[in-house]
Design a protein around this ligand. Structure first.
Ligand code: PLP
Length: 370
């Protein structure tokens, strides 16, 4: 596809998604599809489901990928609302806004839950999780966020899901902002339901989310859903029937996502993407520290996805002014999201290279007004 005629984006998004996508991903949206036709169902939808399952695990026959309309939260709500029986109880570990959102979802849906809530700068303690599982035998499911995009902290998911399996719990992982950007294998990591969305590390455009789940656990979701449109079992069984969606699918976005998956393969799969994001993050932190910025988290807790910086204490500083000057220079950053503390965030994911980060650092030095 010739992309020469496509306009350049006015600025680079350094955000946790929607993020900067390639022109070829955007160009893939420039045609219409019939949702009844094989060209779409088989060559696009089924191809995507197959590629996602292969990306997620080497044990691909045990797992299946389900695409779901809506942003990432819709898929989280679909899994929590469809996988937990009336007698079940969900343990939610939360150290940020997305963990807290899962608690809110459980509350709204009337799912029984237990929580382990931590400060946004703290990692869950494995001993404490073990104790919670031992003291609450009625817990049937455990949910945790992999990369908490609130701060960029990377949770020890594998340790926690492995522990949960020792107690026979069903494991749910919100890997929204990490899947495709950090190597993982859902089978090795003992994840039953992994949730992510189109507009994060796969580098597609926003409009749908997906769940990669163990088939035997999907089977158990039959007749459990607390919502019609977010019924995971129903969506799965319909999709198994030749790639059909129950309700209108975002065809253009889905086609763009297939292109994004092809480009992930061309980049050298998740390992190379992880390497690029890691380089971006390393350069960013080095450069920002030279300018005088401090990261919210110590390096050891960090994901390569997004980084939180403390706002400068100088009176002249204002985030909005900083944001607007940077935007005029061609870079869009993200406000902070932590509850007590003044921070801002810079993302490393999307079509962003170490050279872009070098230029960002130069731009920040140029515009520094505090
Ligand atoms: C982006 C994100 C979500 C989903 O947010 P949406 O706005 O619904 O797409 C959920 N969890 C994490 C960790 C995220 O980064």
């Amino acid at each position: 596809m010739n992309t020469n005629n496509l306009p350049d984006n006015p600025y680079l998004l350094l955000t946790p998604g929607p993020l900067s996508t390639s022109k070829t991903v955007k160009a893939a949206m420039l045609r219409d599809w019939c949702t009844w036709d094989e060209d779409y169902n088989l060559k696009v939808v089924q191809e995507i489901r197959n590629r996602l399952t292969l990306l997620a695990t080497s044990e691909k026959d045990l797992y299946s990928a389900v695409l779901m309309q809506g942003s990432g939260t819709f898929a989280v709500e679909s899994v929590i609302g469809s996988s937990i029986p009336a007698f079940g109880k969900l343990l939610i570990i939360a150290n940020g806004a997305y963990g807290m959102r899962m608690i809110q979802i459980a509350k709204v849906l009337g799912v029984a839950y237990e929580t382990y809530i931590l400060a946004e700068v703290d990692l869950p303690d494995i001993g404490k999780v073990r104790k919670l599982l031992e003291m609450n035998p009625e817990i049937t499911h455990l949910a945790i966020v992999h990369c908490e995009t609130t701060t960029g902290i990377l949770n020890p998911v594998r340790e926690i899901t492995t522990l949960a399996k020792q107690y026979n719990k069903i494991t749910i992982v919100d890997a929204m902002s990490s899947f495709g950007g950090i190597p993982m294998d859902v089978h090795d990591w003992q994840i039953d339901f992994l949730i992510s969305s189109a507009n994060k590390c796969i580098q597609g455009v926003p409009g749908f989310s997906f769940i990669i789940a163990r088939k035997d656990k999907l089977e158990q979701c039959k007749n459990l859903a607390r919502s019609l449109s977010l019924d995971l079992y129903d969506q799965w069984t319909t999709m198994e029937n030749g790639g059909k969606w129950r309700f209108t699918s975002p065809t253009h976005v889905v086609r763009a996502f297939l292109q994004a998956l092809v480009e992930l393969e061309d980049e050298g799969e998740v390992e190379n993407r992880y390497e690029r994001y890691s380089q971006n993050q390393k350069r960013l932190v080095e450069g920002m520290r030279k300018i005088g910025f401090t990261t919210l988290l110590p390096d050891i807790m960090h994901s390569p996805i997004i980084t939180s910086f403390l706002s400068p204490q100088e009176e002249e500083y204002s985030f909005l002014k900083f944001y607007n000057l940077l935007k005029d220079s061609g870079y869009v950053i993200y406000p902070g999201k932590i509850s007590n503390g003044d921070t801002f965030r810079i993302g490393n994911i999307g079509v962003v290279n170490p050279a872009d980060i070098n230029q960002l650092i130069e731009a920040i030095i140029r515009i520094k007004f505090w």
